[in-house]
Design a binder for this molecule. Structure first.
Ligand SMILES: Cc1cc2nc3c(=O)[nH]c(=O)nc-3n(C[C@H](O)[C@H](O)[C@H](O)COP(=O)(O)OP(=O)(O)OC[C@H]3O[C@@H](n4cnc5c(N)ncnc54)[C@H](O)[C@@H]3O)c2cc1C
Ligand code: FES
Length: 264
């Protein structure tokens, strides 16, 4: 499992101007939504959430936003080109309850999409808020509709759906619903806002955290969080609210590759 498997890109889906999904043949047995793969382009290696788990065709998908040198290099690849993949890693989402609210911000919709498909396979009633800066960056709108879900879309600039942040939309829709659980992935400032809401309303919730990762398998200590010291790559990336309460840096800062703190 820790040795990367060199594998051909089976197909590429252009999701938005900045996000592409890469599909691979992969044994999906034992993969949970919320887990991630380490993706190696034979120069560098980065963590990426699994956005598609297809047990019928034995395929997985990884949705990558082009934000820098590594992601740009992967975006330039074509069908049939090769990447190294190792994983799955980390602790995924648990499916608990019969009415769930899932919230994804930006490319944070990647693990949420895998979660929603799995929840629908288990016949769980699920609502989804998908948030992006603008209409063209809303992820998986068509895919969600094909799983009989009409997503609550929101954009910062109001170009589609609700005009405003996911937290504001959540406050609006949550009043007349009775959710058993909330799951979320996205910018930490968004998840901090969601954390404050679910704490107030006493709704159990799971959060997928992003921290700088090097080994992805618990050895290097790069992704440890203050002051509890959990490794996000092993004890996370998904944490329940009662665990988030113990992560004092949540919503405040994270560390870069050299360990320097950066305000969130
Ligand atoms: C558990 C996990 C799941 C992720 N899932 C996805 C996903 O599904 N899709 C997606 O597009 N991105 C995902 N990311 C983020 C992705 O790993 C980084 O955006 C990517 O590594 C950026 O690399 P770059 O060279 O293109 O950009 P850079 O210019 O090097 O960095 C851009 C940003 O990405 C962060 N970053 C860079 N390297 C890493 C690293 N090794 N680990 C964590 N963050 C890093 C930097 O802190 C910076 O904020 C995930 C990160 C984690 C930790
Ligand atoms: S990335 Fe090495 S311990 Fe988590």
């Amino acid at each position: 499992m820790h040795v990367p498997k060199t594998i051909e890109i089976k197909r590429i889906i252009n999701e938005t101007k900045t996000i592409k999904t890469f599909i691979f043949d992969w044994d999906t047995e034992n993969i949970l939504p919320g887990q991630f793969m380490m993706v190696w382009n034979f120069k560098d290696e980065k963590p990426m959430s699994i956005s598609l788990i297809d047990p019928i065709n034995n395929e997985i998908g990884i949705s990558i936003k082009n934000v820098g040198p590594f992601t740009e290099a992967v975006h330039s690849l074509q069908n049939g080109d090769k990447l190294g993949l190792r994983g799955p890693y980390g602790r995924g989402f648990e499916i608990v309850g019969s009415k769930i609210l899932a919230i994804g911000g930006g490319v944070g919709m990647a693990p949420i999409s895998a979660f929603v498909s799995e929840a629908r396979r288990m016949d769980v009633d699920i609502d989804v808020i998908t948030a992006a800066t603008t209409k063209d960056e809303l992820l998986f709108m068509d895919k969600l509709k094909s799983t009989d879900i009409t997503p609550y879309a929101c954009t910062d600039d109001g170009s589609f759906g609700f005009c405003g942040f996911a937290t504001e939309y959540m406050e609006k829709i949550i009043e007349d619903k009775d959710y058993d659980m909330v799951v979320t992935c996205g910018p930490e400032v968004m998840m901090k806002g969601i954390f404050d809401i679910v704490e107030r309303l006493k709704i159990p919730a799971q959060f997928s955290l992003e921290r700088y990762m090097k080994c992805g398998m618990g050895i290097c200590g790069q992704c440890c969080v203050d002051d509890i010291g959990w490794r996000v790559c092993v004890e996370g990336p998904v944490f329940w609210s009662d665990e988030i309460r113990l992560i004092s840096e949540f919503g405040k800062y994270k560390r870069d590759a050299s360990g320097i703190k950066h305000k969130i």
